[in-house]
Design a protein around this ligand. Structure first.
Ligand SMILES: Nc1nc2c(ncn2[C@@H]2O[C@H](COP(=O)(O)OP(=O)(O)OP(=O)(O)O)[C@@H](O)[C@H]2O)c(=O)[nH]1
Ligand SMILES: [Zn+2]
Length: 296
């Protein structure tokens, strides 16, 4: 019996990556009977019939599972954040960050298109970058978005993880992937095509081995309109609020109308970014209205 990770799934076959090799496996009948569908990213046990083929025996427990793309056990997501064209949006960034926090996926924030900023615009971006760093997020920002040192640092961080790319249309996801993996030259055309197709239809998903990081070839979460967390869980998805909430007068403080709220105080003192707090309030409203029967 061997252990590996499903790297690609197509028409009933699962390609499992184990000991630096790919084994083409099939699911045993008992999976189908139990309605367990293996997905890309699943850690599995399988029997190798020979050097290339085998049977899936068991799916190990998943730590998370994304619907779009259908990948399990995602460790990290690169949030490709455009500084210009399309314009930077703190609101969009925060939506993506809470979606990732909710799934326990570590975000890496990467700023694209900084090369298009004027000096003045760049100066305005810097405090925002610092703000996200201060929260504890790993932020990759340089006035040259393809600075080789920056890309090397990012690759080092991604190595050994299952990764998905995230970001709005035109943010620069395929461009970044092409820079991270220039050695995939033959495949790069496919990647951008795959990313294009990925927007419209479900298609085969695979994990590309990019210098030891397994990167999904289809971008994640292209819509950020639905919030599937509760209003009570929302504050837990803002790490800087979690830290301070111990100092709020009320346990379970939602940092809205409550008196002696340490979070609101920190916003007033400039310790918590105003844009983050405003987004928090907006998301709270959206969730509350989304679920008319919600009880506080
Ligand atoms: N100047 C500059 N242009 C960039 C940068 N990143 C991407 N672009 C350009 O922006 C456009 C969109 O980039 P893509 O990589 O296709 O964006 P994407 O996020 O994959 O977009 P979708 O496939 O629509 O989701 C392309 O014309 C890129 O050449 C950057 O950092 N600087
Ligand atoms: Zn509070």
């Amino acid at each position: 019996m061997k252990k590996g990770i499903i790297q690609q799934s197509l028409s009933g076959f699962y390609d499992v990556f184990a000991d630096d090799k790919i084994y083409r496996t099939r699911a045993r009948g008992n999976f189908r009977q139990r309605k367990i569908k293996p997905v890309v990213g699943d850690y599995v046990e399988f029997s190798a019939e020979n050097q290339q083929e085998g049977y899936l025996l068991k799916i190990l427990p998943r730590r998370n599972q994304l619907v779009r793309p259908p990948v399990a056990n995602v460790d990290m997501a690169v949030v490709v954040t455009s500084a210009k064209e399309p314009a930077f949006s703190a609101n969009l960034l925060d939506r993506q960050l809470i979606a990732l926090e909710a799934q326990k996926i570590t975000p890496l924030i990467y700023f694209s298109k900084t090369d298009l900023l004027t000096t003045e615009e760049y100066q305005q971006l810097l405090p925002i970058v610092e703000g996200y760093k201060k929260i504890g997020y790993q932020v990759y920002e340089d006035y040259d978005p393809f600075n080789p040192q920056q890309l090397a640092a990012m690759m080092k961080k991604l190595k050994g993880s299952v990764v998905t790319m995230m970001g709005q249309t035109g943010a620069g996801k395929s461009t970044l992937l092409n820079h991270l993996a220039p050695q995939l030259k033959l495949a790069t055309g496919e990647i951008s095509q795959a990313l294009q197709r990925g927007r419209h239809t479900t298609r085969k998903v695979s994990l590309l081995d990019v210098n030891g990081a397994l990167i999904a070839d289809t971008p994640g979460f292209s819509s950020y309109e639905t919030f599937d967390m509760t209003v009570n869980d929302l504050p837990l998805l803002f790490p800087e609020m979690v830290e301070l909430s111990a100092n709020c007068k009320f346990r379970g403080c939602l940092h809205l109308k409550e008196p002696q709220c340490a979070v609101k105080e920190a916003v007033n003192n400039g310790i918590i970014m105003k844009s983050r707090y405003d987004d928090y309030v907006q998301f709270h409203e959206l969730i509350a209205n989304q679920k008319p029967n919600y009880k506080k």
